[in-house]
Structure formats: C-alpha cells, structure tokens
Design a protein around this ligand. Structure first.
Ligand code: ZN
Length: 71
C-alpha cells in the first residue's frame, strides 16, 4: 500500500532559505514566517517546485519514500 503527500518547495524572498510544506498549506493562502530571517511572506508567490512524495507502507511501517513530479 502507498500513501501520498504533495509537497511544495518554497524559497524565502529575503534570505533564500528553502522550505518544504504540504501543498494544501499554499491553498489556504497562508503567510509563512521564515525560520532563518523571521520575515513573513506569501507562500504561493515564492514557489519553486511541487512534487508528490510516495510512502510505501508495509504492515504499519514506512518501508521507503520516493517522489514523482506533478504537472
Ligand atoms: Zn528568510
């Protein structure tokens, strides 16, 4: 069995710090506070890439993680 999570890669417009957040977070139009420079900015305007993470589950444990590109 597989479980999936779509992840967005974001780049802080102030210091260039990279973050990975679930895509649904962008759809809420939420602001993000950078963990490095503490500046707040809009997630959807600073998107670099989106990928689907695939968690291969065996029993109750994650066996491996891979990803595929969306769009
Ligand atoms: Zn920053």
């Amino acid at each position: 069995m597989d479980a999936w999570l779509e992840v967005a890669i974001l780049k802080c417009p102030n210091c260039g710090n990279l973050l990975a957040e679930p895509v649904w977070f962008l759809e809420l139009e939420q602001d993000i506070t950078c963990s490095v420079c503490r500046k707040t900015w809009q997630a959807s305007r600073n998107l670099l890439d989106k990928v689907m993470l695939r968690f291969e589950i065996e029993g109750k444990k994650v066996k491996s993680v891979s990803f595929s590109r969306t769009a």
